[in-house]
Ligand binder design. Structure first.
Ligand code: XIL
Length: 407
């Protein structure tokens, strides 16, 4: 949880609390009463067992899901029914796919591609350049010394060409560069410092190169810059500037990926619109690439969370995860509804919306700290599940599913 979210949590608490009361009371009221409350999410199931998210939301955008290799076996029926876009959660990242110069781990990525093809599901590629899960060997030369810029660019080009050509024509969009913007309030620091990329180049040259190599390798793939907290007050403008610089220099880019690792209390509708409007003003497409809505908020502000440190003299009972309580569920439903209402409104500018993982049984967030964002650590935190998706731990549709699908 970064400072921005903490600040916004306070600002939004009142709005969210009001939404919770509304949403909770909706679940308790009769259909007749609910008709008079236009703002409450409709969570009454549409009774058509043949349809999935891809059908309900098909008139707006593609609906995708990120999968691990094992989930195309375990969750195959659900995936086929609900989604028409797939992303490899990890298996196409440079460090996973290409851990050393002459090692390529194609098996999982190929299996995911074959599954998608078999079931007529489109594929989004993730990703070609990142500071994390990266191919660290790029940065050491054959003599054991740090690589020159030229060598790193040569390796980057080789990497991008090899991956994109293998799946040429089969991947409709690629996250070419992931998370290259610096967090934090200092608006003068746009680019993420401290990464091996920045340490070597000290300029966005590597970002520009990655996009140019990607366009050469598969001109049929749309190319995206992808980042998290894209709607935050401290970050949206920096992302805009990064992307505008690319456009101004004639670098080939088609859109911006909003990761959308959201919370029940953020972003606000206005923040989301502001960030989208900026990207749209550049003539670019938007994809929501890693959507989930974490029910956890900072422990200090969350009455559902028992204190991590017992008071003096009290017994040190292990803190308990309060779970997916009705209150948190109501807040999550309300946030899902708010966000999808905006996304539907902006459908002309959004070509796909991808969820990050299939069901609440396994979310990447569960292994991270309570209230954790993309960069937080688990140290000293109470382990709590995030319950961030539209399918529960048994793979059943949650009420939030119907709030998203219904008008
Ligand atoms: C995450 C995966 O879900 C985890 O399994 C892995 O351990 C770490 O990476 N932003 C991204 C994704 O762009 O690649 C990350 O995926 C989640 C945050």
């Amino acid at each position: 949880m970064n400072k921005y979210l903490l600040k916004n949590f306070k600002r939004n608490t009142i709005i969210v609390a009001a939404a919770a009361v509304t949403a909770v009371s909706f679940t308790q009221c009769s259909p007749k009463q609910s008709e008079s409350i236009s703002a409450v999410p409709n969570t009454t199931p549409i009774n058509d067992p043949t349809k999935g998210l891809k059908d309900y939301l098909g008139k707006y955008f593609k609906v995708g899901v990120a999968v691990a290799r094992q989930s195309i076996n375990r969750d195959s029926a659900l995936i086929i029914k609900e989604f028409n876009s797939l992303t490899a959660e990890n298996d196409m990242k440079p460090g996973v796919l290409h851990p050393s110069e002459n090692t390529w781990n194609w098996k999982n990525a190929d299996d995911i591609m074959a599954f998608a093809k078999r079931h007529n599901i489109a594929v989004r590629g993730h990703n070609l350049l990142w500071h994390s899960q990266d191919a660290r060997w790029f940065f050491t030369g054959p003599d054991g010394k740090p690589s020159s810029k030229e060598l790193v660019l040569q390796r980057l080009r080789e990497h991008i060409h090899t991956v994109m050509k293998r799946y040429k024509g089969q991947i409709y969009a690629w996250d070419v560069v992931n998370e290259a913007v610096q967090d934090g309030a200092d608006s003068t620091v746009i680019y993420r410092t401290g990464s091996p990329w920045w340490n070597l180049f000290k300029s966005p040259e590597f970002i520009e190169a990655a996009f140019r190599y990607a366009r050469e390798a598969d001109p049929s793939a749309k190319l995206y810059y992808n980042d998290y907290s894209s709607e935050s007050d401290t970050k949206h403008r920096k992302i805009y500037k990064l992307v505008k610089n690319l456009k101004d220099k004639g670098v080939p880019i088609d859109g911006v990926g909003f990761q959308a690792h959201w919370k029940i209390n953020s972003p606000t509708v206005q923040q989301l619109k502001t960030a989208m409007d900026e990207i749209i003003s550049l003539g670019l497409d938007i994809q929501f690439t890693e959507l989930d809505i974490d029910i956890r908020v900072p422990a200090a502000l969350d009455p559902n969370v028992p204190a991590a440190t017992p008071a003096a003299g009290a017994s040190a009972a292990a803190p308990v995860d309060p779970g997916y309580t009705p209150e948190l569920e109501a807040l999550q439903i309300a946030q899902y509804k708010r966000m999808f209402d905006v996304m539907k409104q902006y459908k002309k500018h959004i070509s796909s919306v991808t969820f990050w993982n299939v069901t609440d049984r396994t979310s990447w967030l569960d292994g991270r700290g309570q209230g954790g964002g993309a960069a937080s650590s688990t140290a000293g935190r109470i382990p709590r599940k995030a319950y961030p998706l539209l399918f529960d731990v048994d793979g059943n549709r949650k009420k939030a599913y119907w709030a998203v699908v219904n008008k």
